[in-house]
Design a protein around this ligand. Sequence first.
Ligand SMILES: [Zn+2]
Ligand SMILES: [Zn+2]
Length: 423
Amino acid sequence: MPNVQKYWEKFFKISKEIALYYGFESIETPVLESADLFKKGIGLNTNVIEREMYTLKTKGGDSLALRPELTGGIARAYIENGFSNQPQPVKFFHCGPVFRHEAPQAGRYRAFHQADFDVFGDDDPVVDAQVVQVICATLNELGIKNFSVHINSIGDKNCWAKYRDELKMYYRNKVGHLCQNCKKRFKENPLRILDCKEEECAVLKASAPNSVDYLDKICHDHFKLVLEFLDELNIPYTLDPYVVRGLDYYTRTVFEVIPENVSGSQISLAGGGRYDYLIQQLGGKPTPAMGGSFGIERVVNEMRRREIKVSNAKPRTRLFIAQLGDLAKKKSLRLFEEFRKNNIYISESFGRDSVKAQLRVADRMGVDLALIIGQKEALDDSVILREMQTGVQEVIPSDKIINEVKKRLKKIHPRQPANNQDI
Ligand SMILES: [Zn+2]
Ligand SMILES: [Zn+2]
């Protein structure tokens, strides 16, 4: 909606500046992708694939999906465009709409937007910290100061067998208390039970074994370094064993950024993690990767909740053009465009025919100067220039009006608008 656009624009401006500074390049990928791309990466037993992804069959019989997240498309683009042959790491920044069929609730939409920072081809823990850093820096620059990074490590293939066994042990005599989906997950992928939102499953996970306790030495040391880098960057974090992220492609570091002082369910503003196997799963060479993404609607809502001041992208107009009669209207239209070419914002109310009504609009907008072209001025090729504050008027030849306006706008102290509403 128009009244929130300034927050969006601020988000795009800040996130992009930070992305460029940290060496991320912009990328755009299609909204529709092969459904298999997401099934392979995200995993079949996840909420996203089981319940939330919108899929469709084309007339040619292809199964497509509206992307439920951005990473799949970016990973596909990385593989298909031969980015693995370029110097690594390759860093991408991507903003765009994503789609999930979720239960409607405040702040949650079925078509929403994400901004992603992804780094391919580097498994150094410094990359993990840097992705968390760009996300925190963006929030800070937007004025969202109090938040916490909830972070965890879920290990890699070498740690999973042991952890999976532990989870199975733990849930073995509790299967009867799990929801239908989790009964299936217990057999196929017990880790996914941990992100089930059903109440009966949430209660049970409270005393489930934590993945950090089952990391092998390499994953343990990796995670330790990530945390040391975060310490160095003064990023506030909380070790949180319940952050497991609901997608199968994650390995090792996973995180969510949660605003402080929010009552009720904690809604994360951003999240992400490492996905070292995804590129290979999708048919590329083994390529470690790390990414993080913002839910842009959530960030915008948080900015509004905190009443963060954001100035309007559109400058306030200080000039208004009023006209009377068809010839004057024609001349006004042309003059309006002349002012644009001279970078001077000007407002109009061409649909109103009474000069009095038009000047009333001008007054409400709080402009400093009004131009009036009446029937006489239209014939004479002149314009009445009116200083709104004093009501003093002067007739100026049309070809001199732009320079005269420039001079006056410099001289006159701007009025405050009578109210802040756009008219
Ligand atoms: Zn490991
Ligand atoms: Zn469940």
